[in-house]
Design a binder for this molecule. Structure first.
Ligand code: 13P
Ligand code: SF4
Length: 380
């Protein structure tokens, strides 16, 4: 059986499975280790497991490749494996399917692993925004740039309108690319990444306006702005955010600096502008790890990103005499990344061993075509 996840993507449902997921979910985490390893060994080179840095330790330890969104997109494109098991979230598996060769199949072990930020922009809302830019005579001079944390349909929308995709590690390059071709950028769905990147390029805050898709639903023709303000802007920022990163506050930076004099504060650019302004460095998950790797022994870091990655780095770098703490004492969990459990991974792999592909993510061919154009502009 197949069901539709959104307007552009389908996924094969559990009905294809030889073994029921419920049976796995009743078993403890640790009992999955040997089963995952055994299934992995049987599948050999037919299968590659990709793991995002926010995955749980019990899952990410089985990944053949780990990385940020950019690196994982490259890994998905480079692998010759027939099956790509993506331990990450939905938009990552979709991107892998868009980049994969014909014949390769992408599996997301739990179809409920979405991204709440990506859910903040629907294709119909983006079309409404573009219609407004057209009415104001601004669309022809505006380049749409979407963060990879968005649906395949939005990526295709950008590809078809001379725009592109970016990740947190390529946002600056993407905006440079876009400003070489247009006067203005429509940046979606993360307002913080857009604002932080624009500010680093020297664009004044008053030249970045927020487009509110919900204001449109309440009757505002200009997304809570005016046609004049849109015309005067360099970046139109979509009103979306990551709930995990938005929880970090400027006061957390002050507190951690007071508690650990000399500490370096490094944060993901999905954090608020006010937090990023106080930080010593902004970077994608891969860049945050690299910064700590390259630091001298005895360095201390407060890291503003998802708690599984922070805890993993704290353990890994303790032996090198480096201290890593979360920027926020409470620690922020990405609940959707967390949905990929060892049980889901074992279920997906053991089904593959039995010749059953479960939870296959498939982007519609017409959407794939333009989404690929937008992704290739990012990767090229
Ligand atoms: P990275 O590309 O930096 O790994 O970020 C992905 C993400 O979803 C961060 O919240
Ligand atoms: Fe989405 Fe935020 Fe989770 Fe990243 S951390 S996958 S942006 S919800």
């Amino acid at each position: 059986m197949t069901f539709v996840l959104d307007e552009a993507t389908t996924a094969s449902a559990e009905a294809n499975a030889a073994c029921s997921l419920d049976h796995y979910l009743a078993l403890p985490d640790h009992s999955m280790d040997d089963r995952i390893a055994a299934a992995r060994a049987k599948l050999g080179a037919t299968t590659v497991i990709l793991g995002h840095h926010y995955q749980r330790d019990e899952v990410v330890r089985f990944a053949d490749f780990t990385g940020d969104s950019y690196k994982l997109s490259k890994s998905a494109m480079a692998t010759g494996a027939r099956y790509i098991v993506f331990c990450g979230v939905h938009f990552m598996a979709e991107s892998a399917d868009i980049l994969a060769d014909n014949g390769q199949q992408v599996i997301l072990p739990d179809l409920n692993a979405g991204c709440s930020m990506a859910d903040m922009a629907e294709i119909s809302q983006v079309e409404d925004c573009w219609d407004a830019l057209e009415r104001a005579g601004l669309a022809s001079e505006t380049i749409p740039v979407t963060y990879i944390n968005s649906t395949a349909a939005i990526k295709a929308f950008c590809g078809e309108r001379d725009g592109l995709v970016c990740t947190s590690s390529s946002a600056r390059k993407a905006l440079d690319w876009a400003f070489a071709r247009g006067k203005r950028v429509l940046f979606l769905p993360d307002q913080h990444l857009g604002r932080n990147t624009g500010q680093a390029m020297g664009i004044p805050l008053e030249e970045m306006v927020v487009w509110d898709p919900w204001a449109v639903q309440l009757g505002s023709s200009w997304g809570g702005q005016s046609a004049e303000r849109l015309a005067a802007s360099r970046i139109v920022l979509w009103k979306g955010h990551c709930a995990v990163h938005q929880r970090f506050l400027p006061s957390h930076v002050d507190q951690v600096r007071a508690k650990y004099p000399g500490i370096q504060v490094i944060v993901h650019p999905e954090c608020r502008y006010e937090v990023c302004q106080k930080a010593d460095m902004l970077g994608s998950t891969e860049q945050l790890i690299a910064r700590i790797e390259q630091a001298p022994v005895g360095s201390t870091f407060a890291v503003g990103t998802e708690i599984h990655l922070v805890n993993r780095m704290a353990k890994r770098f303790a032996s090198e005499g480096k201290k890593i703490v979360s920027l926020d004492d409470a620690g922020c969990l990405c609940t959707t990344m967390y949905r990929i459990s060892p049980q889901h991974l074992a279920w997906a792999l053991e089904n593959l061993v039995e010749g059953h592909v479960v939870n296959r993510i498939q982007v519609r061919p017409d959407v794939k075509r333009w989404a690929r154009v937008a992704l290739d502009r990012m990767l090229g």
